[in-house]
Design a binder for this molecule. Structure first.
Ligand code: H79
Length: 599
C-alpha cells in the first residue's frame, strides 16, 4: 500500500454534493479540480521550498461584513451576494461606499514577512465580479466605481517585491455574478441564455491579461471553480495567458488537469504524503471574506501544528486572512500570524524546503525530511522522555535539538531509534529534534504497524490506515457547518455485511491495560446494530449508538464509544479487526480507534 494506491482510493472520493445538484450539475470534485498536469513547471522549485503562503480575500463583500439589510449571514462572507440573492443593481451600489482608506500595502507585506510567509495570493476578482485593481475592461472596479479611486494592487505588488515575498492573484475565471454571461448568477440572469464563451472572450481573458501585464512578475495565478469550457478550450485559454508570463504558476483549479500544482478541497489536508507540488488552503476563522461577527480564529498553536502536518505530507499551507472594508487585517490574524513567525524564526529549517517525512505519524507527532535529515516534530511529549522512532533503516549519526543545536543521547536497537529527550515545555506547540543519518531509507509506507504506547494519554488509529475487507471503503467525507466552511473527515464506510471489515495493525511498545474506544458517526438506520472487535485473541461485542445521518450541509457528529478493556501481556504486533455482526445496512462511519493506557 504505497502512495499510488492512496491517491486513487482516498483523494478522489470527495463526495458529490446532493444540494448542489438542483442548482447545477457540477460535483464538488469538479468545482475543486485537484488534478495537475503532472509535468514539472520550470519555475516550480520556489513554490516547493516556500511551504507557507498567505491568501487574502478582499473585495466589496468585506464592506458588507456578513450583513445585508439587517440580516446576518454566517460562513463564506465572499458569497453574500449569492447567499442573500442580492440583485446586481443593488450590489453595485455597495461600491459607492467602499473606501478602504486604512489599507497600507507596506504593513500587509511586512506582516507576511514577519510571519515567515513566502508568498501572497490576493483576490483580484472573486465570484462577485468586482475587480480590486484598475481594470480598463470593466467599470466595476475599485478605481472607477468607488470613492477610493486608487489601485491597491500596484502598491501591494511593489511592497511584496521589495521584501522578496512572491506575489500572485486569485481570479475567478468562470463564476462572475455581475455579468449576464458569467457563471452562476441565477437570480438575475437565466442560465440557459448564457454565452460563457462571450464572457470569457470579453471579460475574463482580457482582465487576466491586464493582471499578467501590469503588476510585474506574478508567482501564481490562482484560478478557482472552473466551468463552461471543454478541455480544448481550457488549453487554448491557458496557452493564451501563459505566453505573457511563462514563469508564473497556475493553480489546479484552472481545470482539466492543466494546472502546475494541486490544491485539494477548501480546508483539506490529504491523509498521507503526496508526491509532486501541492497546497492546502485554510481560512483563519470560519470565512474567507471578512465577517464582523466571525471571531473564531485559529490559535498560533493550531497554525503551527497545521503547518507541520501539511509539511509532513509534502505540501504548502496557504492560510487566509480577510481584511475588513476599511483595509484593516483583523487584529487576531495579525497577532497570531506574528506568533507563528516567531516559531518559524527558530524552527524554519524543519519546514522551508523540506519534503514529506519518512517516519509514519507517531503518537508524539509528525516528521519532515531533507537529505540526510529527519526533523521530528514533537507535539506531545512521551511521559518518560524516551522518544521512539520505529522502523528506521538509516544509519543514525547524530540527534540534536533544532532550536539550541544541543546533542542528545540516543541508541539504536534493531531498526528502532530511542532518543532521550531533554526537559522542554510540554505545552509548547511543536518542539523539533533533528536526526542526522546516512544510507538509504525506504519511502513512506502505509502498512507499517501503528505505534501504541502507554507514554501518551491516548493512541489514535486513523481510518486511513485500515486494511479493508469485503466491500468496505475509505472515504473523505465533506460537509459544512455554516456556508461553504468545508470540513473533511476520512472514515471507513460501507461495512454492511459479515464479510466486510476494517483491520488495524498495531505495535504495542509497552505491555499493560488499555481502554479501547471507537470514534464513529452513526445514522438512525445504522443505530443499535451489533458489531464485533477482535483483538488480542478476544472478541469484544458492542451495539452502535446513534449520532446523526450524513448530510453535507450539516455537522457530522462523532461519538467516542468506549467498548472494551484489554491487557497486552507482551510488547509486539497485534491486529484489531472490526466488523458488523449482521448483513444489511452500514454499521457506522468509523473515524478512528483510540487506545488509552490505564494507569
Ligand atoms: O474563495 C473561496 C471560496 O469562496 C471558493 N474557494 C475558496 C478559496 C469557493 N467557491 N466555490 N466553492 C468554494 C465551492 C462551492 C460550493 C457550493 Fe455552495 C456548494 C456552492 C453552492 C453549493 C457553499 C455552499 C456555497 C454555497 C453553499
Amino acid at each position: 500500500m504505497k502512495l499510488n494506491y492512496l491517491r486513487k482510493t482516498i483523494l478522489s472520493i470527495t463526495l458529490a454534493s446532493s444540494a448542489v445538484a438542483t442548482v447545477h450539475a457540477q460535483t464538488m470534485d469538479e468545482m475543486w479540480d485537484n488534478r495537475s498536469s503532472g509535468k514539472a513547471h520550470a519555475n516550480i522549485q520556489w513554490f516547493k521550498d516556500a511551504k507557507f503562503g498567505m491568501f487574502i480575500h478582499w473585495g466589496l463583500y468585506a464592506k458588507l461584513a456578513g450583513e445585508w439589510k439587517g440580516k446576518r449571514y454566517y460562513g463564506s462572507g465572499e458569497w453574500i451576494m449569492n447567499q442573500a440573492r442580492i440583485p446586481v443593481a443593488e450590489y453595485k451600489q455597495v461600491a459607492q461606499t467602499f473606501n478602504p482608506v486604512k489599507f497600507n500595502a507596506e504593513d500587509w507585506a511586512q506582516l507576511a514577512k514577519d510571519a515567515g510567509i513566502k508568498y501572497m495570493v490576493i483576490t483580484a476578482k472573486h465570484h462577485d465580479g468586482f475587480a480590486m485593481y484598475d481594470s480598463k475592461v470593466s467599470d466595476f472596479d475599485i478605481v472607477d466605481a468607488t470613492p477610493y479611486k486608487k489601485d491597491p494592487m500596484k502598491a501591494l505588488a511593489a511592497a511584496n517585491a521589495k521584501r522578496g515575498v512572491h506575489f500572485g492573484f486569485y481570479y475567478s475565471q468562470f463564476q462572475d455574478w455581475y455579468e449576464p454571461n458569467g457563471g452562476r448568477n441565477t437570480w438575475d440572469f437565466e442560465e440557459s441564455k448564457k454565452d460563457y464563451q462571450k464572457y470569457y472572450r470579453e471579460k475574463a481573458i482580457p482582465q487576466l491579461k491586464e493582471l499578467l501585464t501590469n503588476y510585474g512578475p506574478l508567482g501564481i495565478v490562482w484560478f478557482d471553480t472552473p466551468g463552461g469550457m471543454t478541455r480544448d478550450q481550457t488549453q487554448a485559454f491557458v496557452d493564451e495567458l501563459r505566453v505573457l508570463q511563462p514563469q508564473s504558476l497556475f493553480s489546479s483549479r484552472v481545470g482539466q488537469g492543466l494546472g502546475d500544482y494541486k490544491d485539494f478541497g477548501d480546508s483539506e489536508v490529504p491523509a498521507t504524503p503526496i508526491k509532486g507540488p501541492w497546497e492546502s488552503i485554510y481560512t483563519h476563522n470560519d470565512s474567507w471574506g471578512y465577517i464582523k461577527h466571525d471571531m473564531n480564529f485559529k490559535t498560533p498553536e493550531e497554525i503551527i501544528r497545521l503547518l507541520a502536518n501539511v509539511a509532513s505530507k509534502g505540501g504548502n499551507l496557504m492560510l487566509n486572512v480577510g481584511p475588513d472594508g476599511e483595509g484593516n487585517i483583523p487584529e487576531y490574524s495579525a497577532k497570531f500570524l506574528r506568533e507563528t513567525g516567531k516559531w518559524l524564526d527558530k524552527n524554519g529549517e524543519s519546514i522551508y524546503s523540506s519534503t514529506y517525512g519518512l517516519i509514519p505519524a507517531q503518537p508524539w507527532g509528525v516528521s519532515t525530511s531533507k537529505p540526510g535529515k529527519q526533523y521530528l516534530h514533537v507535539l506531545y511529549r512521551p511521559e518518560n522522555g524516551k522518544l521512539l522512532v520505529p522502523g528506521f533503516k538509516g544509519k543514525v549519526s547524530k540527534v540534536y535539538t533544532l532550536a539550541e543545536q544541543r546533542n542528545l543521547v540516543w541508541k539504536k536497537t534493531g531498526d528502532d531509534v530511542w532518543i532521550d529527550l531533554p526537559e522542554f515545555d510540554k505545552d509548547a506547540a511543536n518542539t523539533v529534534f533533528v536526526m542526522e543519518y546516512s544510507g538509504k531509507v525506504p519511502d513512506y509506507d502505509l502498512s507499517v504497524p501503528l505505534t501504541v504506547s502507554n507514554q501518551f494519554k491516548e493512541n489514535q488509529l486513523e481510518a486511513t490506515f485500515a486494511k479493508l475487507k469485503g466491500n468496505a471503503k475509505i472515504k473523505s467525507l465533506t460537509y459544512s457547518h455554516y456556508y461553504g466552511d468545508w470540513k473533511h473527515t476520512i472514515c471507513v464506510t460501507d461495512m454492511k455485511e459479515l464479510t466486510d471489515g476494517a483491520e488495524f495493525s498495531i505495535r504495542v511498545t509497552e505491555p499493560g491495560d488499555y481502554k479501547i474506544s471507537l470514534e464513529y458517526s452513526c445514522s438512525p438506520e445504522s443505530a443499535k446494530q451489533e458489531g464485533s472487535m477482535n483483538v488480542n485473541n478476544q472478541e469484544f461485542l458492542f451495539r452502535t449508538l446513534r449520532t446523526s445521518a450524513f448530510d453535507n450541509k450539516a455537522p457530522l457528529p462523532f461519538i467516542k464509544h468506549t467498548i472494551a478493556t484489554t491487557t497486552f501481556t507482551k510488547a509486539g504486533v497485534y491486529q484489531i479487526n472490526i466488523k458488523p455482526l449482521q448483513n444489511g445496512v452500514e454499521l457506522f462511519k468509523l473515524k478512528s480507534v483510540h487506545l488509552a493506557p490505564v494507569k
